[in-house]
Ligand binder design. Structure first.
Ligand SMILES: [Zn+2]
Length: 383
């Protein structure tokens, strides 16, 4: 599986200046190439190369490989549409491949820069992925620091044949409630976010009544705060997904999650307060993290249709009533935590989906899971 590894470079001041010069020169050439492409309407990589390579090789201080990559980058940028001229920021990222970048022992990377190769030490938090470095990297300059966003190709664990699933119910204060009875909650995070929201509103209020320079500072501060919030949320998603995948692997279970594509419109989430909070939480990111971690660890992950998972009784499969935090069933008197009930249904559906996938049956056979009682056609995989 291909992942992107974040590698932080530790250049000396002199090396840092060389990197900055290289980035500026590369982006200057990108802008020059974009000029030609735009004026002469040449958007094809091959034709553009033919048109600019030799003259720009002579006028700019770049290695052939960097220049080749710049031409490809410009051609690529016009692929989306040819209606606006593309411009490149002076310190925008630049691409490196194995011809201009070599990883050396003892955490050192050798990069081409103007004036020749430079050897720079680096640090990386995911060291176990370092042996799988493959292909290209982007050199990125952010807040005074240099990073390589390096592609790695990590071998996946073989997915084992399993029966049981951990059901994951995505929720409000509880981000995920599992059928193992574990609540991965973030109550403190919601409090923190509400606090942050207040801080941002007060910054906004100040900005509205201030002079232009203050307005600009307020905008910067507000931006920095939301960036910090994103980092925290990202870390939480990492922690939750890791803990669920590790637990599934240890127990020899798979993971069953809800298809969130239409999550905002399902009956369970109709309430307005829920929607605003849900809008703020990045469930798509959480799902992506669960998926890749599951794949890396050989844990089977299935996606189920969440319809009725919160109204169905996980004990007797009748439709019951969900009132805020509780689920009550009039048929079997089941009374349990609403999220836990839903997560148990999601686990059951995960098992069913897995069976269907294994036996290549029609998706209707899922109804068998809940058969004999009130049929719930929408519990089919296909919806
Ligand atoms: Zn029941």
């Amino acid at each position: 599986m291909k992942l992107t590894l974040k590698i932080k470079l530790l250049p000396t001041d002199e090396q840092a200046n060389l990197l900055l010069d290289t980035m500026k020169e590369a982006n200057a050439v990108c802008n020059a190439i974009s000029d030609v492409a735009w004026k002469e309407k040449i958007f094809n990589n091959f034709k553009l190369h033919h048109r600019v390579y030799h003259s720009y090789k002579a006028t700019f201080k770049l290695s052939s490989q960097i220049l080749v990559r710049c031409i490809a980058k410009v051609a690529d940028s016009y692929k989306l549409d040819k209606k606006t001229k593309r411009e490149f920021r002076p310190l925008g990222s630049i691409g490196y491949d194995s011809r201009i970048m070599t990883y050396k022992p003892n955490d050192i990377v050798s990069l081409w820069a103007i004036g020749g190769r430079i050897k720079i030490p680096f640090v990386c938090h995911n060291r176990n992925y370092l042996p799988y470095i493959k292909g290209e990297a982007d050199l990125v300059y952010k807040k005074g620091k240099f990073y390589l966003f390096q592609t790695v190709d990590v071998p996946e664990d073989e997915i084992k044949d399993i029966e049981e699933f951990i059901g994951c119910d995505f929720g409000l204060t509880t981000i995920i409630a599992t059928s193992d009875g574990i609540n991965h909650s973030a109550e403190w995070l919601n409090t923190y976010r509400e606090h942050r929201q207040k801080v941002r509103s007060s910054i906004q209020a100040k900005a509205d009544t201030s002079k232009r320079s203050t307005k600009r500072n307020c905008r910067k501060l507000s931006k920095r705060l939301s960036g910090k919030e994103r980092t925290t949320a990202n870390l939480i998603n990492h922690t939750i997904s890791k803990s669920i995948v590790v637990s599934a692997k240890e127990q020899g279970k798979g993971i069953s999650i809800e298809d969130l594509t239409n999550i905002r419109f399902t009956s369970k989430r109709r309430n307005k307060k829920f929607r605003t909070k849900l809008g703020k939480w990045n469930f798509a990111d959480l799902r992506a993290k669960l998926e890749y971690k599951a794949l890396l660890n050989g844990v089977k992950l299935v996606v189920i249709n969440p319809a009725y998972t919160s109204q169905t009784c996980s004990v007797c499969k009748h439709i019951g009533k969900r009132t805020n935090k509780h689920f009550k069933c009039n048929n079997c008197r089941n009374d349990m935590d609403a999220d836990f009930n839903a997560s148990r249904n999601i686990a059951t559906l995960g098992r069913a989906v897995n069976h269907v996938e294994k036996s290549n049956d029609m998706c209707c056979s899922i109804a068998h899971v809940y058969s004999g009682l009130k049929p719930i056609p929408s519990l089919c995989v296909g919806g």
